[in-house]
Design a protein around this ligand. Structure first.
Ligand code: UT7
Length: 322
């Protein structure tokens, strides 16, 4: 059975925070942030939750696909910033959507989460277990950032993107993906949750915010992302020149332009939105895909390549006909 994306949707918090706004509350500047990252602004939640944003993105993806919540058989939410540990964000989204016929669970693969979730949906659809799925990347990273760590907090934004995918007998069966993890490097991008505190054991208190070795993550991204893309292109039996658009994780403009140079494909093949929305971890790729779909940069029939990398460490890539 073949999987095809039939609808896309996205949702961002209303509050827009520019680099100049950040410079008022920490020792940074618009120039430093723009030159090092390409980011000019990001949306930061003033109360919108992962579940609110994910639900809104799902409703738009369903509307775009001409489907109803009760049609949905599977909901996968990729997130590292759910409001609660239990129940999953996916189950909360299911409840808000009234998608009563869907199985729902979360996937934590950080910035690669959307590709891991899409790969999971494809496996279920190919097996025949489910006929369709809502695949979501949703984050409110602002609540797990250390706003005193100017080297990290300036990068990230909040938002959600979703796609509705369906089994399609007539589709060219070309969804192809690769996913990888390197848990031994987990410490370079890390966020503790709660400490153990019970009658038998009490852990020393830890800081509960994201800590990142930016240079290590940067080196990892520029070396692994092109290799991962090459692996998926080879698996799909196509070349980089067959790809119409590269929809990549929006971490840093310098990372994307290094891939554009290495592939000898101009930046017009690498749409970017990190200047407006920053790095939204698992939401980056689906929000960008939705924007490109709605503004006509990505059209039906185009060959799309995606690649993501992030905490875990995790990395993955996918190619498919949109
Ligand atoms: O989705 C995956 C998530 N993570 C990533 O993709 C991160 C990848 N890494 C990066 O994008 C870059 O490493 C950063 C943008 C995070 C940092 O850029 P960098 O060129 O690696 O800078 P750095 O951390 O080496 O810092 C250079 C200097 C330091 O000052 P000194 O020690 O040279 O005097 C920092 O203290 O820049 C300083 N600095 C800042 N200055 C102004 C760090 N953050 C800031 C800031 N504003 N916000």
């Amino acid at each position: 059975m073949k999987m095809r994306i039939l609808g896309t949707g996205s949702s961002l918090p209303k509050n827009l925070v520019t680099n100049d706004d950040l410079a008022k509350i920490m020792d940074t500047s618009d120039e430093w942030i723009r030159e090092r990252t390409g980011i000019r602004s990001r949306h930061i939640s003033t109360g919108e939750t992962v579940v609110d944003l994910a639900t809104d993105a799902c409703l738009k993806a369903l509307e775009n696909a001409g489907k109803k919540p009760e049609d949905v058989e599977l909901i996968l939410v990729a997130t590292v910033s759910p409001e609660v540990s239990i129940p999953s964000a996916a189950c909360q989204v299911q409840a808000k959507l009234n998608a009563d016929n869907a199985a729902a669970f979360d996937i934590n693969a950080a910035c690669s989460g959307f590709i891991f979730a899409l790969t999971t949906a494809n496996a279920y659809i190919q097996s025949g277990m489910f006929k369709n799925a809502l695949v979501v990347g949703a984050e409110v990273l602002s609540k797990i950032m250390d706003w005193n760590d100017r080297g990290t907090c300036i990068l990230f934004g909040d938002g959600a993107g979703a796609v509705y995918v369906e089994a399609d007998e007539n589709a060219e069966n070309d969804f192809c993906s690769v996913i990888h993890s390197n848990g031994k490097k987990g410490v370079v991008l890390h966020c503790p949750t709660r400490d153990i505190k019970n009658p038998w054991y009490e852990q020393e208190e830890t800081v509960k915010f994201v800590s990142m070795d930016g240079r290590e993550v940067f080196k990892f991204a520029v070396s692994q992302v092109p290799l991962c893309l090459e692996e998926v292109l080879e698996k799909a039996n196509i070349t980089k020149d067959d790809v119409d658009m590269f929809v990549l994780h929006q971490a840093n403009l310098r990372i994307i332009s290094s891939i554009s140079k290495r592939y000898e494909r101009g930046m017009e093949f690498f749409p970017c939105n990190m200047d407006r929305v920053g790095n939204m971890s698992s939401a980056s790729i689906p929000v960008l895909l939705d924007e490109c779909h709605r503004n006509g940069t990505v059209k039906k029939g185009m060959k799309i390549a995606m690649a993501g990398f992030g905490a875990g460490l995790t990395y993955g890539a996918a190619v498919f006909t949109f």
